[in-house]
Design a protein around this ligand. Structure first.
Ligand code: ADP
Ligand code: MG
Length: 251
C-alpha cells in the first residue's frame, strides 16, 4: 500500500499541490486522471522521491519515502517520468539493462541478461534491441522506457503517461502487459492516463486529481458517471454502456 498523509508541495505562492491524503491499495492498477496541470506528475514524482515533499509524509509498503536509503528504495519502487531526457547513444538493450542497476551495480550477471531479454521480448523489441534510441519511432522508444522500468522488477511501479506516442493497438497491448504484470507478478502499478476510457477499461481503481487536490476516487464503476467526469474534466461528458463496461463520450 502507498499512503500519502497531508502531503503538500508549494512551487510558488500561487501554485501549490495538496494537502493530499490518499491510500493506494497494494496490487492491481491504479489510474491517476485529471486535467493538464492538476498535479498528477507532481504527486507521482513525490511518491518516487524524485521530488521533495514540503509537508506531510509518504510511505510505500511501510517504508518512509523521505528517509529510506535510495539503494533500498530502488528495489521497492521504480518510476517512469513523463518527459524522458534520453541519451541517444544508447541501444535499446543498454537502456533496458539500466533497470538492473540497483542489483548489478553495472556488472550484469547472466541472470540479469536473461531478465533483460525477457522484458525486451515482452515488449516486442527483440528485433530493435541493438538500435540506438534516436533511431526509433516515438512509440518504440516509449516501449523501451517502460521495459526498462519493469526490468527493475520492483513491487511498486509508477508510470507517468506511458501511452504517450503509442497508437491504439500499442496502447491496448501496453495496458494488457501492465495488467499481466499486476496479475501474474503481484505488482502494484500506478499509472497516469490521459484517456479516461483506458482508465475505465484497465484500472482497478481511479484517482481523479484537480487543482492539486484529490477530487474523487473509486472503482471505474463509481467514477464513470456523467456528473463526476464532466466536473473532473471541465467539459460535458456522457457515459454509455459499452461491450466491456462504461465508455465516456465527449460532446
Ligand atoms: P499534471 O501532471 O497533472 O499535468 P503537474 O504536476 O505537472 O500536473 O503540474 C501541477 C502544477 O504545478 C501546474 O500548475 C504546473 O504548472 C506546476 N508545476 C509543475 N512543475 C513545476 C515546477 N518545477 N516549478 C513550478 N511549477 C511547476
Ligand atoms: Mg503530468
Amino acid at each position: 500500500m502507498i499512503t500519502l498523509t497531508n502531503v503538500r508541495k508549494e512551487y510558488s505562492s500561487d501554485v501549490a499541490i495538496g494537502p493530499v491524503n490518499l491510500e493506494i491499495p497494494a496490487g492491481g492498477i491504479t489510474a491517476l486522471v485529471g486535467p493538464n496541470g492538476a498535479g498528477k506528475s507532481t504527486l507521482l514524482t513525490m511518491i518516487g522521491r524524485l521530488l521533495g515533499i514540503d509537508e506531510g509524509n509518504i510511505t510505500v509498503a511501510s517504508y518512509d519515502v523521505t528517509s529510506t536509503a535510495s539503494k533500498d528504495l530502488a528495489k521497492i519502487i521504480s518510476i517512469l517520468r513523463q518527459e524522458n531526457h534520453f541519451v541517444t547513444k544508447l541501444t535499446v538493450r543498454q537502456l533496458v539493462g539500466f533497470g538492473r542497476f540497483p542489483y548489478s551495480k553495472g556488472r550484469l550477471t547472466k541472470e540479469d541478461e536473461g531478465i533483460i531479454s525477457r522484458y525486451i521480448d515482452f515488449f516486442n523489441l527483440t528485433e530493435l534491441e541493438d538500435r540506438y534510441l534516436d533511431q526509433l519511432s516515438g512509440g518504440q522508444r516509449q516501449r523501451a522506457y517502460v521495459a526498462m522500468v519493469l526490468c527493475q522488477e520492483t513491487n511498486y511501479v509508477l508510470l507517468d503517461e506511458p501511452l504517450n506516442n503509442l497508437d491504439i493497438a500499442h496502447s491496448v497491448e501496453m495496458m494488457k502487459h501492465l495488467e499481466n504484470a499486476a496479475a501474474q507478478f503481484g505488482r502494484t502499478i500506478i499509472v497516469v492516463l490521459h484517456d479516461i476510457n483506458f482508465a475505465a477499461r484497465y484500472a482497478d481503481y481511479i484517482v481523479a486529481v484537480k487543482h492539486g487536490m484529490i477530487e474523487k476516487e473509486g472503482t471505474p464503476e463509481q467514477i464513470m458517471k456523467n456528473e463526476i467526469l464532466s466536473e473532473i474534466f471541465n467539459t460535458e461528458i456522457e457515459v454509455i454502456e459499452g461491450p466491456h463496461g462504461k465508455i465516456a463520450c465527449y460532446h
